[in-house]
Design a protein around this ligand. Structure first.
Ligand code: NDP
Ligand code: 2IT
Length: 444
């Protein structure tokens, strides 16, 4: 049996009931086959893939907090420190009722390669909880965040492990967590990124994932003979990534006609009104029905359906496995040119394969959404030198990083005879640096 197949079998057997983790490992290892085969003896002897697929360590802990009625609630917290061979663990904290260990492991595993692709010194980690911030008062969210950080603070630090936002964790949650870390540890350090601007946050971090997604998409389009002007774009999600992807797509001359949330989606024939979307989602924390009610050109639909709308570019920006094979078929039938993943693993393996077979340009999340964590690393740099850079400076660096990522994965794909296969390119380019560092550092 090939080394890749052996390790895949072992991962599935050792990590039962973690389908998202299996899916993420399968995608990476399958596309690394040419590199692994070229170095099989060495990598086997080093047990490189066994080490890469086993987290350095993982924490699971109780998070008790008191709700507004005086009732004690209990959630489960997680932090998986996956691989720190190229820098301190870095990755977000997801707060969503669906969170379990397998989901955090898939996200942490993806983060290793994503962070490597940024070219910055950051390792891979991820955390979160099954706490649902939706419908909770600010006080309840604060109570949860303080309890969560009371335990998490034992394992993190500015040079050890630096968490940030993800689904359900935005500026409010990061603020409460930072306050609690500082209170317990008595250290003022850049232990979290995505902080508010008044206490060490970086300009452009809020926009970074969505903006970065468009910088990479624009470069991919350009290198394949297309531009962004007047392109019709379908976006899913209506959170941090979706909002700023919409904004940048419009700045580049495209027209974004959809956004969605977990209950429904909006089609806006005039193009999404970003100011209204921000008001509904960032200020009121309301449902998309409120957007549709305030906008005559918008239709609201219950359930899923974003990928049925005819578009040139599709940008899934909500969550994992939200773009299925049937959606991929619909996109191809509608003449879609490009799909770029703002979310982590939003496209299933079958859907990705179908899109690639049908010549749709496909940018995987670990490359396309790396702008968020890259700008987090820029926030860490600013915290270390106790300075803050201008919006233009950070945004300029972000754009350079995203353009570089695209060319690195394009070159890696070409080196292995897989021109245009950006999934393979991203996995190879991300893996090479981590593998080299792991081998150089010996058995650890
Ligand atoms: P937010 O919490 O700000 O927004 C998430 C959006 O996705 C909301 O519109 C939410 O709808 C929707 N959503 C979440 N879960 C589901 C679900 N199970 N089914 C349907 N819709 C869902 O998160 P972000 O925008 O930060 O994150 C979106 C994606 O981007 C995630 O995959 C995340 O891992 C990834 N990402 C985020 C980065 C960042 O910097 N924030 C960086 C890189 C990747 P509702 O409000 O109804 O729940
Ligand atoms: O998935 C991701 O890259 C993030 N949620 C951002 C992580 C970070 O450390 O900024």
């Amino acid at each position: 049996m090939s080394y890749v197949d052996e390790v895949l079998e072992r991962v599935i057997a050792k990590n039962p009931a973690e389908p998202e983790f299996h899916q993420a490992v399968k995608e990476v290892l399958e596309s690394l086959r040419p590199v692994i085969e070229a170095n099989e003896e060495k990598y086997r002897k080093e047990a490189l893939l066994e080490r890469l697929t086993e987290p350095d360590r993982q924490f699971k802990f109780r998070v008790p907090w008191v709700d507004d009625k005086g009732q004690v609630q209990v959630n489960t917290g997680y932090r998986v420190q996956f691989n720190n061979s190229i820098g301190p663990y870095k990755g977000g904290l997801r707060l969503h009722p669906s969170v379990n260990l397998g989901i955090i492991k898939f996200l942490g595993f993806e983060q290793i390669f994503k962070n490597s692709l940024t070219g910055l010194p950051i390792g891979g980690g991820k955390g979160g909880s099954d706490f649902d911030p939706k419908g909770k008062s600010d006080r309840e969210v604060m109570a949860f965040c303080q309890s969560f950080m009371t335990e998490l603070c034992k394992y993190i630090g500015a040079d050890t492990d630096v968490p940030a936002g993800d689904i359900g964790t935005g500026a409010r949650e990061i603020g409460y967590m930072f306050g609690q870390y500082k209170k317990i540890k008595s250290v003022y350090e850049g232990v979290l990124t995505g902080k508010g601007l008044s206490y060490g946050g970086s300009l452009a971090r809020t926009e970074a994932t969505g903006y970065g997604l468009l910088y990479l998409t624009e470069e991919m389009m350009k290198c394949n003979g297309h531009d962004m002007k007047d392109k019709v774009v379908c976006i899913s999600g209506s959170g941090n990534v979706a909002i700023y992807a919409t904004q940048k797509a419009q700045q580049l001359g495209a027209k974004v006609v959809t956004v969605s949330d977990s209950t429904g989606w909006v089609y806006d024939s005039e193009g999404i009104d970003v100011a209204l979307l921000k008001e509904v989602k960032e200020v009121k924390r309301a449902r998309l029905t409120e957007y549709a009610a305030a906008r005559p050109s918008a239709e609201y639909h219950e359930g899923r359906g974003v990928w049925s709308v005819k578009c040139d570019i599709a940008l899934p920006c909500a969550t994992q496995n939200e773009l299925l094979l049937e959606d991929a078929k619909q996109l191809v039938a509608n003449g879609c040119i490009a799909v770029a993943e703002g979310a982590n693993m939003p496209t299933t393996l079958e859907a990705t394969e179908y899109l690639q077979q049908n010549k749709v340009l496909f940018a995987p999340g670990k490359a396309a959404n790396a702008g968020g964590v890259a700008t987090s690393a820029l926030e860490m740099s600013q915290n270390s030198e106790r300075l803050s850079w201008t919006f233009e400076e950070v945004d300029g660096k972000l754009k350079d990083i995203m353009v570089n990522i695209f060319h690195n994965l394009d070159d890696a794909a070409k080196r292995y005879g897989k021109e245009g296969d950006y999934v393979t390119g991203a996995n190879i380019a991300g893996f090479e640096k981590v593998a080299e560092a792991m081998i150089a550092q010996g058995v650890c």
